[in-house]
Design a protein around this ligand. Structure first.
Ligand SMILES: Cc1cc2nc3c(=O)[nH]c(=O)nc-3n(C[C@H](O)[C@H](O)[C@H](O)COP(=O)(O)OP(=O)(O)OC[C@H]3O[C@@H](n4cnc5c(N)ncnc54)[C@H](O)[C@@H]3O)c2cc1C
Length: 491
């Protein structure tokens, strides 16, 4: 047994992504002593940007939803005390947040559910009935999000059974929606890695409603955002240890006792929050710590796919910043999305240079030759393969916006980069796939059968900054109990 006598920490958090740092801040604010342990030399996980040729390149924060005053993410950021440290600008000033370019039509995603409904009706005038049903559901989900029903309602009906178990794809099939309408609605689910036919209505609407309520871009870097969270932890008296991965979670008789780090250090605590992928946490548990059924359930979870990202510097004058994102979308005759490419053209931190970021899926088959090598050891042919893919992407981009002046590739990364940088199994971008196919096994992932051991991070409730932050509040509620949470946390 490890003694807890001189223990300076009540809770150990594994991982300093937005999920771990959010959990740490809430726990610190409610009086716990907290230590966050991060494997990388710098905190922030996917939130953190990096520099190439002096230009800041984003990783996992391109835009954020629901940050207007009074909206859910803003209220959570206010509670966490990070709002003033994360400057943002509102998108959609010209009526467009996202432009979806399909083979035969363009659809603009505007701000506001009513404006969205109007755009849908304009694009699909014969489908008023179908659009009415979808928009009604969307408004319902949005209202529940605004109320933080999932956190505060005693017996929340946030996820009504039908919304939870039915996929939006099957609802749309039952409503006889056209291929065009399916492809527009399919964009949100595809972007969070879930095919429309497997995407629970609730997950789809939660992600879409958050961006429709208001969409924002950072005017600071992702690194600044990460530092805002990290310094908040420190200012509240928390400890942040970086560059030393957790290797093992220490458990005695199904009760958590602390963690062992790669350096050999042992940190003791009665509660541990793994703000990392559940499969990675599972690999840290001693044999016999959890039941075989739990091991099987977690090991068999399917994850969202990984992504390929490329960043290019372009001359700012001929390639002015776009205030909206562009998605090039490829579909089949049924409106099922087969491929998506995301483009964001923004001012860079250097004068006269704008940054074009492109993201697209990163199929494992393209990169499996390098699967067993670690970063920086993949050799020249890997670099060439990345360059070739980036070249193809930039040629396709030029078909949309014309030839580029002053073009320079800054960096390209595959799902293997994500896998090695933040320890996400298979390089998954959004963690566990929250599909209708594995609803039961993916439910309640923030709990484990080990006393004092919890999970946070994008896999526990929903992905994205909004879903991950909300998930951390949900995990802390689980740790404290409903009554204490209501007393302590006011949003
Ligand atoms: C390409 C891409 C684009 C995205 N774009 C957006 C966007 O525009 N808007 C949006 O809202 N969301 C976006 N997301 C999703 C969003 O970034 C994530 O949902 C969110 O950042 C996940 O946070 P997390 O804390 O769960 O995980 P992570 O950020 O992955 O944090 C986990 C942390 O745990 C650490 N760790 C892992 N193993 C160990 C260990 N053994 N010991 C110690 N530490 C460990 C990792 O190093 C990491 O720092 C994007 C994601 C990707 C991949």
């Amino acid at each position: 047994m490890i003694s807890h006598k001189d223990n300076p920490t009540d809770v150990l958090v594994i991982g300093s992504g937005v999920g771990g740092l959010t959990a740490a801040i809430i726990l610190l604010k409610t009086g716990c002593r907290v230590t966050v342990v991060e494997k990388n030399p710098l905190p922030g996980g996917l939130m953190r940007s990096y520099q190439r040729d002096g230009i800041d390149c984003p990783v996992g924060v391109h835009y954020l939803g629901a940050l207007a005053k009074g909206q859910p993410l803003r209220r959570m950021f206010d509670y966490l005390g990070v709002t003033s440290r994360i400057p943002v600008e509102r998108m959609g000033s010209n009526g467009v947040i996202d432009r979806y370019i399909f083979n035969d039509f363009i659809f603009d995603l505007p701000e506001g559910i009513s404006a969205f409904a109007a755009n849908l009706l304009r694009a699909f005038p014969e489908e008023r009935l179908q659009i009415d049903v979808i928009v009604k559901n969307l408004k319902y989900t949005s209202a529940k999000m605004d109320d933080f029903d999932i956190l505060f309602a005693q017996n929340h009906d946030f996820v009504s059974l039908v919304e939870y178990i039915e996929s939006l794809g099957s609802l749309m099939t039952n409503l006889h929606c056209s291929a065009g309408l399916r492809s527009v609605l399919g964009m949100t689910s595809t972007w969070i890695g879930i095919p429309l036919d497997e995407c629970p209505i609730y997950y789809h609407h939660m992600a879409l409603a958050s961006y429709l309520s208001s969409s924002w871009r950072l005017t600071c870097s992702g690194a600044d955002m990460a530092d805002a969270f990290a310094s908040r932890v420190k200012n509240l008296g928390g400890t942040l240890m970086v560059g030393d991965p957790v290797e093992r979670v220490l458990i005695d008789k199904r009760v958590v006792e602390g963690v062992a780090l790669k350096s050999g250090r042992v940190l003791k605590a009665k509660r541990v929050v793994g703000a990392i992928h559940p499969k990675i946490l599972l690999g840290m548990l001693p044999e016999g710590a959890v039941k075989p059924a739990y091991i099987k359930r977690i090991s068999n979870l399917e994850d969202t796919p990984g992504s390929f990202s490329a960043h290019f510097a372009v001359d700012a004058e001929p390639h002015q910043e776009l205030s909206y994102n562009v998605y090039r979308v490829f579909t089949d005759g049924r409106g099922t999305i087969s491929d998506v490419v995301f483009y964001q053209l923004r001012k860079s931190n250097l004068p006269g240079i704008n940054l074009l970021s492109i993201i697209t899926p990163s199929p494992s088959a393209e990169w499996n030759r390098w699967e067993h090598t670690r970063s920086n050891r993949r050799g020249d042919d890997y670099r060439v393969a990345k360059q070739q893919k980036a070249d193809r992407l930039i040629r396709e981009a030029a078909e949309i916006v014309g030839p580029f002046k002053g073009l320079k590739m800054l960096d390209a990364s595959t799902h293997l980069t994500l896998r090695d940088w933040v320890n996400t199994p298979g390089g998954s971008a959004y963690g566990v796939l929250r599909s209708t196919k594995q609803l039961t096994s993916a439910a309640m992932l923030n709990r484990t059968s080990v006393e004092g051991l919890f999970l946070a991070g994008q896999s526990v409730l929903a992905p994205g900054i909004f879903g991950t932050v909300l998930g951390s509040f949900y995990t802390v509620k689980q740790m404290m109990g409903h009554k204490k949470f209501l007393e302590e946390v006011v949003l």
